[in-house]
Every structure is written in C-alpha cells, then in structure tokens.
Design a protein around this ligand. Structure first.
Ligand code: 3IX
Length: 213
C-alpha cells in the first residue's frame, strides 16, 4: 500500500483537472438523472444502450486496478479516485476541502444520490464525509488512518446545501484526536470525534496538500 509519485508539473495537474472535472460532473448529473427520470421505458432502454457504448469507449484503454493515491514532487495530492474528494469519481460529492485557522472546512451540496431517510442524507454518507474531514484535519503533519470514529446524529440532515468542519483537539505520539460537525442553515446536524493514527510505516511520509484533491 503505497502513495504514487506522479512526476508532472503543477500546470499539468491543473490542465488534467480541467479535463476530468467536466466529465465527472456530467456522470454525476447522469446518476441524478437516472434516479429522478420519468421518461418512457423505451427511452430508458435507448439511454441504456447509448450509455453502454460510452462505457465501452472508456474501457478501450484503461489502467489496472484503482487510480491509487498519487502526489506530485511538490506534494500536491491527486487522490482522484477518492470516494469523498475524487476529481475522477462521480460517486464523490465531491468535497472541496479548504484549510482554515483551526482545521479544515468544506461547503457542499448533496442531492438525490445521497438519500437515506426521506429527503435526508444517508447516515453512512454523513459518517464518510466526517471521517474524511477529520482525517484531513489530522493529516497536516503526515497521512493518518482512521483508528476509531464515533458519530452522533443530533437531528436529520436534509439534502441540499451543507457545510462541515473538523479540527484536531489533541496529539499524543502517533495518535491525533479530532472532532468535526456537519451543519445546515439551522446549525449542527451531526458531530464526530475520532482518533487518527500515523501508521508506524508512514512516520517519514511528508504531508501532502490533499485539499487540492
Ligand atoms: C496513511 C493513509 C491515509 C489514507 C489517505 C487516503 C487518501 C488521501 C486523500 C485525501 C486525504 C486527506 C486526508 C484524509 C485522511 C484520512 C481520511 C480517511 C481515512 C481512512 O479512510 S483510513 C481507512 C480506515 N482505517 C483503516 O483501514 C485502519 C486499519 N488499521 C491499521 O492500519 C492499523 O491498525 C493502524 C495504522 C490504525 C495502527 O497500526 P500501527 O501499527 O501503526 O499502530 P499501533 O498498533 O502500534 O498503535 C499505535 C497507537 O494507536 C492505538 N491504536 C491502534 N489502533 C487503534 C484503533 N483502531 N483505534 C484507536 N486507537 C488505536 C494503539 O493503542 C497505540 O496507542 P498507544 O501508543 O497509546 O499504546
């Protein structure tokens, strides 16, 4: 399990990001459209055929296995397959994580693809987003794995515009304790606390600017 050096310039990272972002956004739009469409079954079958053609085109040249967790020589993160921030992953909302004085934060919108209870965000999705944000807050001095995380769901999180933040509360050796919240316009809907561990194998791995995706 290794991070991969992608030996390209920052300008090339930006260029590739510009190529993949609109493609992934369109696939995200497709996912939402499939959930909410009310067209005829004939139209659905036609859509399925055309989408399958696109999938075959994309698969005509493909890497083995997952994209991996890549970074440049300047330590810009390219976790482009990541489930939360992946530039090439239509399953990712995606979160655009920014560093703030006391940790990290992200403003994002969750639509129909993230539904659990009626009109609300699936609890597992909240947990995933908080896991990532707490992990990101804890990873400023090197990458860390989630050891244990606890989520407290205070009230339902409605689909729509949301924000989340996370911060480190304490560090003991390779263990970093972090907390975080997801909020809607009325305030906090769920909160998390967890311990994140710099694995003994990664103590010398440099911190990567993952917030750039
Ligand atoms: C390094 C990878 C980071 C992943 C990055 C991925 C993508 C990057 C993209 C953007 C990233 C930006 C930030 C996001 C970062 C993370 C967010 C998502 C994270 C995940 O999605 S990650 C997947 C789920 N996660 C796992 O898959 C962990 C499986 N597990 C293991 O890989 C090992 O188990 C490990 C490494 C946890 C420990 O192994 P180890 O050998 O290094 O440490 P050791 O056992 O010596 O313990 C040292 C001290 O931690 C205590 N301790 C140990 N385990 C604990 C636990 N579970 N809970 C509470 N405390 C624990 C001990 O009690 C001792 O404490 P004390 O020193 O006080 O005695």
């Amino acid at each position: 399990m290794e991070f991969i050096l992608e030996d390209i310039s920052e300008a090339e990272v930006a260029r590739r990001r510009g190529v993949y972002t609109p493609l992934t956004d369109t696939v995200r739009d497709l996912v939402d459209a499939v959930i909410r469409t009310e067209v005829s079954e004939d139209a659905l079958d036609d859509a399925r055929r055309r989408i399958a053609e696109v999938v075959a085109d994309l698969r005509s040249k493909q890497m083995d296995g997952p994209y991996g967790v890549r970074h440049t020589r300047q330590n810009t993160g390219m976790a482009w397959g990541n489930a939360v921030i992946g530039v090439r992953n239509a399953l990712a909302p995606p979160l655009d994580v920014v560093h703030v004085d006391d940790g990290v934060r992200s403003d994002f919108t969750l639509g129909a693809a993230y539904e659990g209870p009626p009109g609300c965000v699936h609890g597992g999705v909240c947990a995933m987003l908080l896991d990532h944000l707490l992990g990101n807050a804890a990873s400023t001095e090197g990458p860390c794995y989630t050891g244990t995380i606890t989520i407290r769901y205070l009230r339902p999180t409605r689909l729509g515009a949301l924000s989340a933040r996370a911060w480190v509360t304490e560090r003991t050796g390779r263990k970093l304790y972090a907390k975080g919240t997801i909020s809607d316009a009325e305030g906090v809907t769920c909160e998390a606390e967890g311990v994140f561990i710099v694995p003994r194998s990664a103590v010398d791995t440099p911190a990567v600017r993952w917030s750039q995706g």
